[in-house]
Write a protein that binds this ligand. Sequence first.
Ligand code: SF4
Length: 338
Amino acid sequence: MHEASFYKKLENQQLNCHLCPHYCKIKDGKRGICRVRKNVNGELDAETYGVVSALNFDPIEKKPLYHYYPGSTILSVGSYGCNLSCKFCQNFEISQSCVPDYVESRKYKPQTVVDNATAKKNNLGLAYTYNEPIVWFEYMYDMARQAKDKGLKNVIVTNGFITEEPLHQLLTVMDAFAVDLKAFHEDFYKKQTGSSLKPVLETLKTLAKENKHIEITNLIIPTLNDDAQEFEELVKWIKNEVGENTVLHISRYFPVYKLNIRSTPVDTLLKLDEIARQHLNYVFPGNMHTSKGESNTYCPDCGHELIERSGYYTNLTGINENKQCSNCKSPVKGIVLK
Ligand code: SF4
């Protein structure tokens, strides 16, 4: 047992977890909505502490993070569980399950994972990803603290559904955030994800205030969140609250898990891409083949190509050694470079 943080003891051995805005009230022997935080005799057990579902070196572009040390490799670690229940989850095998029986063979101390990260030459750091890292907060935090001490960077891929206190603790160790903003209306969040939008927007506002590197992914699902007007509201909100240099990844949906809607037409994605580019400097269609350089980064001031991308191949074609656009010499904006 690894005692969890962020909970209160109630009467009759019940608990109240306040790690995320579900504020689960958990009876003895039961788990919270995320399936991986369990009341064991009146104490909250972070059941997935040390439990790893996947550990891989990935291109950082795969998170996706396009403007945070582009071209880097990062050690990605995942576990089990999620505080959302998205009907279109691509990783439902690990996110929508309890900890499987065989986990003993996949247990790693934080130090072991960090040692793996430091052992590889030119590895940027650690990415907490694959399933929702918020629900294994304690394990992630312990790894991130040790990684930071070793000079590594920490990156989280998250739904942003977290309460204020743990978020502020996370800010002390985390360098970059890839956040899913799944739609811009509460009804979608309620029906399709079993959560709510407002706390996610609050998280994004806090991250922006703290000057963290933020990239946002919006998965476009036909008929559910592909309305052009609503999408434009989402984009304007990002511009006003997070900043015009925030990267927005517009991702193509394919039928998976419980959702059987047809995949997103490429034309829809390109239309929304055009709308987003009217408000934000860096917009990238994802999960689709691009042939006209849509996945490259261009200088917002002069339009010169700064970064060329093809699949996960990345080349800083138009940035000089002073971190300027090699054409107009304006400093690159919103891109973190070595
Ligand atoms: S982290 Fe899990 S147990 Fe805690 S409030 Fe959220 S869903 Fe409930």
